[in-house]
Design a protein around this ligand. Structure first.
Ligand code: NAD
Length: 258
């Protein structure tokens, strides 16, 4: 029997076949999970629907996570069509382009608000709405980056957003633990995706990564997917509120160590 047989995962954050959420969905499915998929807006449907169909998904729904009414509608449809879920994947981030360039000092009030709303509050909103569907307990996971702990070149407003995301995951983990729901964070090294293309320092971070990370190789979406399978499964049943680095050990180094 496969490790996630009988479990259903709802996955947010697939934009295309480079998305980390796609790597996660594919890995969860390979280990037996039924996959339900949500995408952000109409332009994404053309790419996301065929991917989801490759995994046999029948539940493929649009949801802009900044809109509470869309979140509620999605979970109403989910309750009708699927019923209970066991796994919730939150792989969503956004900050306005203007606030990803120039100095962090000049971050606009609106840019800060949008980054926090899309990249952080959405985890809280999705978790709250998902909990009634997680009747057998479950596993919620989100994606962060080391730039939430240390200052990373070009990461700007996403740094404080990731710090707030990791903290939110811990607060959710504390409250949801007694209901048998675990909440964890995966923090991968740099991976070439649509979101990464919007981070000005990304090219250099990516180019230098494999030469300096202790394991001397890049991270791919399958690496993240495999870690997600572990977090989704009973193998990690006593692990909650944690940030799991999938970065070849990069985070353990001080600058200059090779
Ligand atoms: P991606 O662009 O493939 O995924 C980002 C997703 O966020 C997209 O699917 C996009 O549609 C979705 N999104 C944005 N605004 C939304 C909204 N309002 N409503 C619903 N969905 C919305 O890029 P990715 O790199 O796979 O990003 C996934 C997560 O991984 C993000 O949280 C990102 O910060 C994190 N992460 C990425 C890297 C990397 O190097 N790529 C490293 C560490 C962490």
């Amino acid at each position: 029997m496969k490790m996630l047989e009988g479990k259903t995962a709802l996955v947010f954050g697939i934009a295309n076949d480079h998305s980390i959420a796609w790597g996660i969905a594919r890995a969860l499915h390979a280990h037996g999970a039924q996959i339900a998929v949500s995408y952000a807006s109409d332009p994404f449907e053309r790419r996301v629907r065929p991917l989801a169909e490759q995994l046999g998904s029948t539940f493929i729904e649009k949801c802009d996570v900044t809109d509470d009414s869309q979140i509620v509608r999605l979970f109403e449809r989910l309750a009708d069509q699927i019923g209970k879920i066991d796994i919730l994947v939150h792989a969503i981030a956004f900050a306005p382009r203007a606030d990803m360039t120039g100095e962090f000092l000049n971050t606009s009030r609106e840019g800060f608000r949008v980054a926090m709303d899309v990249s952080v509050y959405s985890l809280v909103a999705l978790a709250r709405t998902a909990v009634p569907s997680m009747t057998d307990g479950g596993s919620i996971m989100t994606l962060s980056y080391y730039g939430g702990e240390k200052v990373a070149p070009g990461y700007r407003v996403m740094g404080p957003a990731k710090a707030a995301l990791e903290s939110s995951a811990r607060y959710l983990a504390a409250e949801l633990g007694p209901r048998g729901i675990r909440v964890n964070v995966i923090s991968p090294g740099p991976i070439r995706t649509l979101a990464a293309a919007g981070v000005p320092g990304f090219r250099d971070a990516y180019a230098n990564f494999a030469g300096s990370a202790p394991l001397r190789r890049h991270i791919d979406i399958d690496d993240v997917g495999n870690s997600a399978v572990w977090l989704a499964s009973e193998m990690s049943r006593n692990v909650t509120g944690q940030t799991l680095f999938v970065d070849g050990g990069h985070n353990i180094l001080l600058p200059g160590v090779e």
